[in-house]
Design a protein around this ligand. Structure first.
Ligand SMILES: [Zn+2]
Length: 441
């Protein structure tokens, strides 16, 4: 057993709009199985059992949950800077990705996982190819993942195997990793405009059969609407996916920038979840998603970094701030999206979007001890005036990967003071660089 004593304990163990107040002088007890046994004020903690290791931390909070990413794209980071998304995909990304091997994906995943963990992200939702290599790269680093291997059908894009084989492999991957606590498997289609009706229907059918979640890009770019209407006989993307039965199960729709009020209604009646990716959308000049409208319609919305080729960094602190800034700029109201709600969208709320909320996103008995400690001495988090302090606002506005003193996944320490403990990072960087150069040729 391990006991973590902290200056401030942030549990995030509450519903939307009901995030509980942080606890000063808290304690978290973690069992040898990596799950939280007890959590609350240190003064009320049970007596320390013999053999318990006691640790002291600053601000202790749940590990961040990234709800949309393509981590192995670290191998393409920075490529195609300044191009609009359609040209960026066709001219830069897809030609390079067509050369990817499974070992490239595994190495890219290892490097990206090191970055995610050092940035306090303990779980990531991954849409990419070579799912087995993704799961292996993630577990090499000790990162938790929802792995959703994706299908794209485009003449400029080539990946081994038909979409039918790829769908079979999605299910096989889920079954292969069923006994591993770090990996869950889902299904994925790139987008309504880049995958055929036949394939989308087949994914809907298999998802219904297997009860696997489906991850898809939705309404990211303004031009997608015309492309989808052309294939769908005039339907907008949400209605089109609904007509194919694809919204019946658990669907994680990334971006949702160009959604009308009717589109939001379609998503709301299907309880489709949306992942807001404000930094990627801003970098590509895609637009600003109607976050306030989606939340007002009752949609469950999480936050994602998107891939490192889209937005260079995998940093949810930056995403939370950008989400608040863009929402407030749109509304003209400084009350829009309080920091506690933004933090919920990267912790407990994100775990709900992944369907993993019984075990992740909160510090509570029974949950995995996926935790991040911020140093109380970090200059940007000070000074603190006790009777005015709002620790959640402080974390969201002033927190950063640089303030992180420790990261744990299932009670295993994976990062200490910026150093990843699970991988040889220098060796992984060198390996990734050789591979990135080959893909660029
Ligand atoms: Zn994406």
């Amino acid at each position: 057993m391990d006991r973590y004593l902290c200056d401030v304990l942030v549990t995030m163990d509450g519903p939307v709009g009901g995030v509980p107040a942080p606890i000063p002088d808290g304690a978290v007890d973690v069992g040898d199985d990596g799950r939280i046994v007890w959590c609350g004020p240190a003064a009320a903690a049970p007596a320390v059992e013999p053999g318990t290791s006691v640790h002291r931390t600053g601000i202790l909070m749940p590990g961040l949950v990234n709800a949309h990413c393509h981590t192995p794209m670290v191998l393409l980071r920075g490529a195609g800077e300044g191009l609009p998304v359609d040209r960026w995909l066709h001219e830069v990304m897809w030609p390079r990705e067509s050369k990817l091997t499974d070992e490239d994906v595994r190495v890219g995943m290892r490097l990206g996982a090191a970055e995610l963990l050092s940035n306090g992200i303990t779980t990531s939702t991954e849409m990419y190819f070579w799912g087995q290599a993704m799961a292996e790269g993630a577990t090499d680093a000790g990162l938790r993942c929802l792995v959703t291997p994706g299908v794209i059908e485009d003449p400029d894009f080539n990946v081994a195997g038909s979409w039918r084989d790829q769908i079979d492999e999605m299910v096989a991957l889920r079954d292969r990793w069923a006994g591993n606590d770090l990996i869950r498997g889902g299904m994925s289609a790139h987008a309504a405009y880049s995958v055929s009706k036949e394939c989308l229907s087949a994914i809907a059918e298999r998802a219904a059969e297997t009860r696997m979640p489906v991850h898809i890009h939705l309404a990211e770019q303004q031009w997608e609407d015309a492309a989808v209407r052309e294939r769908s006989g005039g339907l907008a993307a949400p209605e089109y996916l609904e007509s194919l039965g694809l919204l019946e199960g658990d669907v994680i729709a990334a971006h949702g920038v160009w959604l009308t009020a009717e589109d939001i209604d379609v998503l709301a009646r299907n309880d489709t979840t949306v992942v807001h990716c404000p930094c990627s959308n801003a970098k590509h000049a895609s637009g600003v998603a109607p976050l306030t409208e989606m939340r007002a319609a009752g949609l469950r919305v999480a936050i994602g970094t998107d891939g490192p080729a889209s937005h260079h960094r995998l940093d949810l602190f930056e995403e939370m701030r950008t989400a608040i800034r863009t929402a407030r700029t749109r509304s003209g109201d400084a009350q829009t999206l309080p920091p506690a709600e933004a933090l919920r969208m990267t912790t407990a709320g994100a775990a709900e979007v992944l369907g993993w909320d019984a075990e992740l996103g909160r510090l509570a008995p029974g949950c995995w001890a996926d935790m991040v400690a911020l140093s109380a001495a970090e200059p940007a988090l000070n000074p603190v005036i006790a009777d005015e302090d709002d620790p959640l606002a402080r974390i969201v506005w002033s927190g950063s990967p640089g303030a992180i003193s420790g990261v744990w996944v299932a009670g295993r320490k994976v990062v200490q003071d910026g150093r990843v403990l699970t991988l040889d990072v220098a060796e992984t960087v060198a390996d990734a660089e050789t591979r990135a150069r080959r893909l660029a040729r």
